[in-house]
Design a binder for this molecule. Structure first.
Ligand code: GUN
Length: 285
């Protein structure tokens, strides 16, 4: 069994983003800029936003966080997004999800300018991804694809089972795998007999937020396991959705939690923001 070390790969990608950012600054004077919208005081969202901001600082990006109270109006968030859409110093806009119940999330995601949509959540970019065109791709599944590339894992014809059908992870993950010529199944909360599906899989990718969902009797020998879950166990430790100790004995490759997919998400946000800045600098030259 080999560990897929996302932490080391994320650092390598971050170093590349840093040097390309220096180059962009030298050649165009442009500093990549990221605006983050954070609503309410959910500790997990606050922690993610703080990690994203620190990562921006490390690679020399400009970043600004718009913190808003939980009872903020739809109009107020929309005004902020419009301002950021029109601000030439901002290349990427990220709305940390989930948002409070009174907010129409879809309407906000559609308001973000597609060329600043570094999370890849705008329907324009979702459409480009499913058609196999270049665009902005959601950071977590994009990070998983980078792991496959780094470890020379060929996806062509592989049976991939994606567990979880969210717009943020499961659906874009499936689209990327399909674009790489894998055979893809998506399982979700209404799937009858999950084990029947996972037992067939060459690659299992799971991100649903259920501790120990994937157990050793659900995995065939030599399978590749990508654990996209992040959960806080009762003892306070961070764990994924896979029963790691037992499943690791059976598989050929596995991502640990922490240190697997998580760090890749942040480095892909940096990489998407740099890409946006490079596109904007070309458009303005
Ligand atoms: N909430 C959970 N994951 C994500 C993500 O990748 N991006 C944003 N914006 N919010 C999230």
């Amino acid at each position: 069994m080999k560990i897929l070390d996302g932490k080391t790969l994320a650092k390598k990608i971050e170093d590349k983003v840093l040097s390309q950012t220096e180059l962009l600054k030298e050649e165009t004077g442009r500093v990549p800029g990221l605006a983050v919208i954070l609503v309410g005081n959910d500790p997990a969202s606050q922690a993610y936003v703080s990690m994203k901001k620190k990562a921006c600082d490390r690679v020399g990006f400009y970043s600004v966080t718009h913190e808003m109270p939980k009872n903020i109006s739809q109009d107020a968030i929309e005004n902020t997004i419009t301002m950021m859409n029109n601000n030439p110093n901002i290349d990427g806009i990220l709305i940390q999800l989930p948002l409070p119940a009174q907010i129409d999330t879809t309407k906000l995601l559609e308001l973000v300018s597609p060329n600043k949509d570094v999370d890849g959540f705008h329907p324009y970019n979702v459409g480009r991804l499913t058609t196999g065109l270049d665009g902005f791709v959601p950071c977590t599944p994009l990070g998983v694809m980078e792991i496959f590339k780094e470890y020379d894992i060929d996806l062509k014809g592989k049976n991939c089972v994606v567990v979880g059908a969210s717009n943020i992870v499961g659906k874009p993950m499936a689209a990327l795998l399909l674009n790489a010529n894998a055979t893809v199944e998506i399982c979700h909360i209404f799937t009858d007999d999950l084990k029947k599906h996972t037992l067939n899989a060459d690659i299992i990718l799971v991100g649903v937020g259920v501790i120990n969902l994937i157990k050793e009797d659900m995995v065939k020998d030599g399978a590749i396991i990508i654990d996209i879950g992040i959960n806080r166990a009762e003892n306070g430790k961070l764990v994924g959705d896979v029963d790691y100790e037992n499943v690791a004995q059976k598989c050929s490759y596995i991502t640990p939690v922490p240190g697997g997919v998580g760090p890749m998400t942040i480095s892909m946000l940096l990489s998407n923001t740099l890409k946006a800045a490079q596109l904007h600098s070309k458009a303005n030259s």
